[in-house]
Design a protein around this ligand. Structure first.
Ligand code: SF4
Length: 276
């Protein structure tokens, strides 16, 4: 893609796709910041312990799909894992046979990505991969996304899809490193489409064990406005295109610019002008 996509204002996953399809309840990755998990627990569909058990939704797995208006995101509230792959392939096949445009969102498992790439080559023009890769640091990934693949496996998956000539994009949401620029630089050569960056929306403060609170404390520091501003200015300088800010960052910047409009450094005024 040659055009800069940097100016889009985002709103959750809605600007990524017009509808979602999911064929499991629960997600074995068990990410600490998972919004789907939070909602499932709140509405008593799952518990803290049972969320990681992925239960197939037979109704979805066995249904046919029609051509939908706009892009379909698959999945959005579970992942494609070795144990869910077969059913995910059935659903994907039906979506693609109906000529739906599909955004495949996953913390990619290499064996799954190889099978999907090799199985759906003839539908390549309808597919875009969006791989969630939130840090270079496997210790951070292990803490926040305990059962998801390590960084190296996600990077290899991105490379595999890219080399197989699929459209590839990346979500760095929530960014977990204080400075995600080295991560962006590592991923950018293999993203044919945009790289999205966002912060964590809900950072738990309650019932944390001593060994957990240090991770939460560090993360809160990463999201301080000074760090976000210096990150944006780095993105502006180093990579001109392909970076989209998620609404979590846009809202923070917007709030800050209203409160401190007289004190903004020039480089931020430039960012603000281009984003709002
Ligand atoms: S991979 Fe997505 S759906 Fe699964 S636990 Fe993590 S945030 Fe939730």
């Amino acid at each position: 893609m040659s055009k800069c996509e940097k100016n889009k204002i985002t709103s959750g996953t809605k600007e990524w796709a017009d509808s979602n399809v999911n064929c499991y309840f629960g997600c074995s990755n068990d990410c600490r910041y998972c919004y789907a998990k939070k909602m499932a627990i709140r509405f008593k569909r799952k518990t803290e312990k049972s969320w990681k058990l992925m239960i197939p939704n037979e109704k979805v797995i066995n249904r046919n799909f029609k051509k939908r208006q706009g892009r379909v995101m698959f999945p959005s509230s579970h992942d494609i894992t070795p144990s869910s792959l077969n059913s995910c392939i059935i659903v994907l096949k039906r979506l693609l046979n109906a000529r739906n445009e599909v955004l495949i969102t996953t913390k990619p498992n290499l064996s799954c990505i190889k099978i999907i790439c090799d199985s759906f080559f003839k539908f390549k023009s309808l597919i875009q991969f969006r791989f969630t890769i939130t840090s270079l640091d496997n210790d951070l990934l292990k803490f926040w996304e305990p059962n998801a693949p390590r960084f190296e496996e996600r990077l290899e998956s991105l490379k595999y899809a890219y080399k197989s000539n699929y459209k590839t994009s990346v979500s760095i949401e929530p960014f977990l490193d204080k400075n995600p620029i080295p991560l962006i630089k590592k991923l950018a050569p293999f993203a044919t489409e945009s790289i999205w960056i966002g912060k964590m929306n809900y950072i738990n403060r309650n019932h944390l064990k001593a060994n957990e609170s240090q991770f939460y404390k560090k993360l809160r520091k990463n999201y301080k406005i000074d760090n976000i501003i210096s990150l944006i200015s780095e993105i502006n300088k180093i990579i001109e295109c392909k970076i989209n800010l998620k609404d979590s960052i846009i809202i923070l910047l917007s709030k800050h610019s209203k409160e401190k409009s007289l004190d903004l450094p020039n480089k931020f005024v430039k960012v603000k002008d281009s984003y709002f």
